[in-house]
Design a protein around this ligand. Structure first.
Ligand code: AMP
Ligand code: GLY
Length: 419
């Protein structure tokens, strides 16, 4: 098969790397890719928002399957466009992508299918939203309705914080049209977990769970990021998986199919495991980043075969197989992240690294033949081991050998599983 992966971050490096390890993918292209991806696939100079040009590329190059990494092209309708042109593509269409693209839409879906989630109200008027926050009190969670690159959520501990968040979303419009509406939610307490599933409209195949680390500093302090590291499995929360499958993943997939809008692609459930059990914090419609960088190394199947089974609606024929043991990914971030990162810093990488460890590029570029930083999350350093402690040790020791000025990372990735 000739495969086109769309995207250029750590998640897409992990996708390309995993596809490359299977037999089905003969030739892999990635648009736009990055310097790490360029070592194992052919990078195509097209950005993820250039959906018409991407479709032209897929058609001209007789691509057998295109795989969409990030959310933006999905909510822009890249899948609808490819399907209209009879180009095989893995991912949800624009309607299904609303599960991630509109938090208010996702809440209504959860209400219809009785999926456990936080209580909420939605508003498109700033004064009414503020009045509601005052009646509810704090802590309270304020969410921009639309996409905001993971930055549209504020867990407000004071009324002043809640008001600032509402004002910046609804009045100053820092997220543009994404802030036309807000969802205001009850604050849930507990430990978070991510469960991803392959869905082909009817069959739901959950993957092994993982846990992300969103805040930038150790012990979950500081502003939220796209994710500073992840690990899988999550032994302390594993017992909730059957309930998550029965009350979240299956009802959503089956409910949407019954309503005539079947979901196809990756369904990502971000969950809070509260003292009353799992509740959904958010849905995404793609692999997580950095969740993909820990899950895909544990997958034993040929990923291309699974993607094909989804697009051909025969996922029921697939049985997922997983490496026992564990996988840990630590993000090496550029100075400044999650604010504007310093770009152009020279990077040194080790010449060789152990089998069972991976250096996934995210924000890197080549400048004058030198590898340099070009984004906030620069690398995801992943490692596998017989258990979490071993995987973690390998990931951190490889991270030491990845060097650039001002590199920062969390030192407590996977610590919750070990305490
Ligand atoms: P999201 O962008 O929806 O993933 O939200 C970012 C982060 O905000 C989540 O990973 C949670 O840590 C936190 N969060 C979102 N919704 C809630 C909620 N209802 N209660 C507590 N924390 C939340
Ligand atoms: N790591 C969180 C996300 O991909 O949305």
């Amino acid at each position: 098969m000739k495969i086109l992966v769309i995207g250029g971050g750590g998640r897409e490096h992990a996708l390309v790397w995993k596809l490359k390890n299977g037999d089905a993918a003969r030739e892999i292209f990635c648009a736009p890719g990055n310097p790490g991806i360029a070592e194992i696939a052919e990078c195509v100079p097209l950005q993820v928002k250039q959906i018409i040009e991407l479709a032209d590329f897929a058609e001209d190059n007789k691509i057998d399957l295109s795989v969409v990494g990030p959310e933006d092209p999905l909510t822009d309708g890249i899948v609808d466009l490819f399907e209209k042109r009879n180009l095989p593509v893995f991912g949800p269409n624009r309607q299904s992508a609303l599960l991630e693209g509109s938090k208010a839409y996702a809440k209504k879906v959860m209400e219809r299918f009785n999926v456990p989630t936080a209580e909420y109200c939605e508003f498109d008027d700033f004064e009414k939203a503020l009045a509601y926050v005052k009646t509810q009190g704090v802590p309270i969670v304020i969410k921009a309705d639309g996409l905001a690159a993971g930055k549209g959520v504020t867990v407000a501990e004071t009324l002043a914080e809640a008001e600032t968040a509402l004002r910046s979303i609804m009045v100053q419009k820092v997220f543009g049209e994404s802030g036309t509406k807000v969802v205001i939610e009850e604050c849930l307490r507990g430990e978070e977990m991510t469960v991803l599933a392959f869905v082909d409209g009817k069959t739901v195949l959950p993957m092994v769970p993982s846990q992300d680390h969103k805040p930038v500093f150790d012990s979950d302090r500081g502003p939220n990021t796209g994710g500073m590291g992840a690990y899988s499995p999550v032994p302390q929360l594993e017992k909730w998986l059957p309930e998550i499958n029965e009350r979240v993943l299956r009802p959503v997939a089956e409910g949407l199919a019954e309503e005539g809008t079947p979901f196809s692609g990756i369904l990502y459930a971000g969950l809070m495991i509260t003292e009353n059990g799992p509740k959904v914090i958010e849905f995404n419609v793609r692999f997580g980043d950095p969740e993909a960088q820990v899950i895909l190394p544990r997958l034993e199947n040929d990923l291309a075969e699974i993607f094909l089974a989804v697009t051909e609606k025969r996922l029921h024929e697939v049985k997922l197989r997983w490496q026992s043991g564990a996988s840990v990914c630590v993000i090496a971030a550029a100075p400044g992240y999650p604010g504007p990162p310093t770009k152009g810093l020279p990077i040194t990488l080790p010449e060789v690294h152990l089998a069972g460890t991976q250096i996934f590029h995210a924000g890197t570029a080549i400048q004058n033949e030198q590898l340099v930083t070009s984004g906030g999350r620069v690398f995801g350093i992943s490692a596998q081991g017989t258990d979490i402690a071993e995987a973690r040790k390998h990931a951190y020791s490889l991270l030491e050998k990845v060097q650039f000025n001002g590199k920062h990372f969390r030192r407590d990735i996977a610590a919750k599983a070990l305490s």
